[in-house]
Design a protein around this ligand. Structure first.
Ligand code: ZN
Ligand code: ZN
Length: 158
């Protein structure tokens, strides 16, 4: 009775369908593992090792892979690295007085601690510029040495 049931048309069709479904699921699992591993490691063969593990161990292999896989994808690691570098850059941009190394504001003309000349005002457009610049980047005024009472990097005249 079981054989007549099993060989009947609809049952045969259902079994074949389930078989194809399981094979597709199995292949998708292997494919997904290889692709996912490729996004998480620069190693050429590790993704295929992970894929082979899923081929052999099936769902168990997939579980093992999910446990041991790198936490971050390469893209996420790259983004994190960029964020860290921009934080470092910000720390480096913090301005200190070249003479006494006290923190100063980017807008300060003089160091409030040691009176070192930090910035000048362009005599032409009044924008803040560095003392060592000999041309104003804002209004393109070419400075003559005579325009300066204090030389670049020197202390402010009393
Ligand atoms: Zn200073
Ligand atoms: Zn200027």
């Amino acid at each position: 009775m079981w054989s007549t049931f099993a060989s009947s048309g609809p049952v045969q069709f259902s079994l074949r369908f389930i078989g194809i479904y399981l094979i597709a699921l199995y292949l998708a699992m292997v494919f997904w593992t290889v692709r996912d591993a490729q996004q998480r490691t620069e190693n050429q063969w590790l993704p295929y090792v992970a894929g082979a593990m899923v081929v052999v161990l099936n769902v168990l292999g997939l579980f093992i892979y999910l446990i041991v896989r790198p936490r971050e994808t390469l893209h996420e690691a790259y983004e994190r690295q960029l964020a860290e570098e921009s934080l470092l850059g910000e720390a480096e941009r913090r301005v200190v007085c070249p003479s006494c190394k006290e923190r100063v504001d980017d807008e300060f003309l003089l160091c409030p601690t040691c009176r070192t000349r930090l910035k000048r005002r362009c005599p032409s457009c009044a924008k803040l510029i560095k003392p060592e610049w000999n041309i104003c980047p804002f209004c393109a005024k070419d400075f003559d040495e005579r325009d300066w009472t204090v030389h670049a990097g020197g202390k402010a005249a009393d």
